[in-house]
Design a protein around this ligand. Structure first.
Ligand code: SF4
Length: 434
């Protein structure tokens, strides 16, 4: 076997990086003269969902604002009652007044056909509708309700997500497929039939929407389940059987590290294979927890995989017996928080800053080496080392910090570096070009 390009050892090296994105149609989600594209080769879009009561328009608008400021590129809100539907246009207006540029997606179950019909201002204010075909009733009623929602989407020129869910799968379809499976000479296990039913439900409903007149470029599909291996199997299957853009997410992922790990495990496998056009991380927040965490996790999955860049990344060592204090942990935490908080302003003022790497290291073992590899790094003193912290900028040792003000001084050095490297005067900054 020949060496791959770049191999110098005689041992063939594997290509690095995710597989090319699966070719899909592009769904355009518009609002106020702006738009975001899902699929069609566009970057994988981050989305999130509020957990406020939509009837509280102020609280909902504030949470949408927080999610958008954190980087959510679409925000979904619950539209479950006439009272909630009545507030949607007011929420949109409040966001526009606050200059919050993000599309609102309406999440409908059971009564979406009625709410969108009775509240045309809601239908108009939303940029996209989420339809769950598994809970729209049964038989002809289900077909009529689905048709009514699609007719409204066509009338207002809105894209839809046909979102099938393990917990609310179309009972009639599942029963029929189970019966067919039982009659088969070599029946599959029930779990396999359920996975298949999810995919069949999504695709047949999308085809029906097209037959009803919806533009095929206005359809996004999702098939959410709560187990990692099932999700991977379902989306691989779905990706092979259609060319609609796909919304990825592990439903009911759970709380804390379990939810993050399960979502990351499932989505990473699919994204690495080029599957997925928009993602949402369905974390259960701790009581009083910050809803923005799901946005941060989604961004970090995409950024650590090298698929997109949102905010400068901080490389920090885990610490060990060579660190006797929490100084480096505190510095890593404060600099990471600081960088993320700057991004709403920095992303327009300093183009490219989101790709910056910062290292905060705990001792001399890996500190100088890792700091040299970063754009800017600091190597703090470990136990028994001379109490000084060399700073490395673009691989070169520049200054050595000492004393109690290391954190503040390092932050100032980072600020100056950002201005110098990404500011208007830098040739890489398009605003600085003549
Ligand atoms: S860099 Fe030093 S403190 Fe950090 S984990 Fe490695 S040996 Fe421990």
């Amino acid at each position: 076997m020949n060496d791959l390009p770049g191999s110098t050892s005689g041992i063939p090296s594997s290509p690095v990086g995710a597989s090319p994105r699966r070719p899909t149609r592009a769904a355009v989600v518009g609002w106020g003269g702006k738009s975001v594209r899902i699929g069609g080769g566009a970057p994988v879009v981050v989305q999130s969902m509020t957990n406020t009561d939509t009837t509280d328009a102020v609280a909902t608008a504030i949470q949408v604002k927080e999610l958008a400021m954190a980087g959510s590129e679409l925000v979904r809100i619950t539209v479950n009652t006439p009272e909630a539907a009545r507030e949607v246009a007011a929420i949109r207006e409040q966001l526009d007044r606050m200059n919050i540029s993000v599309p609102l997606v309406g999440d409908f179950h059971y009564n979406g056909h009625k709410l969108l019909t009775q509240f045309p201002e809601c239908a108009q204010a939303l940029s996209k509708y989420r339809i769950n075909p598994g809970n729209m009733g049964g038989g002809k009623k289900r077909d009529d309700n689905f048709a009514q929602m699609i007719e409204i989407a066509c009338r207002y020129d809105k894209p839809v997500r046909i979102g099938v869910n393990w917990g609310s799968l179309d009972h009639e379809l599942l029963a029929r497929m189970m019966d067919e499976n039982s009659a088969h000479p070599q029946p599959r296990d029930a779990q396999a039939v359920m996975r298949d039913a999810l995919v069949v439900s999504a695709i047949t409903n999308a085809q029906r929407a097209e037959e009803l007149g919806l533009n095929p470029n206005a359809i996004v599909l999702s098939c959410k389940v709560s187990h990692v291996q099932d999700l991977i199997t379902v989306y691989r299957d779905l990706s092979e059987r259609c060319d609609y853009p796909l919304h990825l997410g592990l439903t009911e992922a759970g709380m804390g590290s379990k939810g993050i790990v399960a979502s990351t495990a499932a989505l990473s496998v699919l994204l690495q294979q080029g599957i997925g056009d928009t993602i949402r991380i369905s974390l259960t927040p701790e009581p009083g927890g910050d809803r923005r965490r799901e946005v941060v996790v989604a961004q970090e999955i995409l950024q650590t995989m090298g698929l997109r860049a949102f905010t400068p990344m901080v490389v920090a060592c885990p610490g060990c017996g060579r660190t006797s204090s929490t100084v480096f942990q505190e510095l890593a935490d404060s600099i990471q928080t600081y960088l993320r908080e700057q991004m709403p302003v920095w992303k327009s003022r300093y183009p490219g800053v989101e790709t910056m790497n910062v290292a905060v290291m705990g001792c001399v073992v890996n500190g100088p080496g890792e700091s040299r590899h970063a754009d800017i790094g600091i190597s703090l003193p470990g136990t028994g080392e001379i109490p000084s912290a060399p700073v490395f900028v673009d691989g070169q040792r520049t200054v050595t910090l000492k004393g109690d003000g290391i954190a503040q001084e390092f932050q100032s050095i980072v600020e100056q570096y950002v201005e110098r490297r990404y500011g208007a005067g830098h040739p890489n900054n398009y605003k600085g070009r003549v």
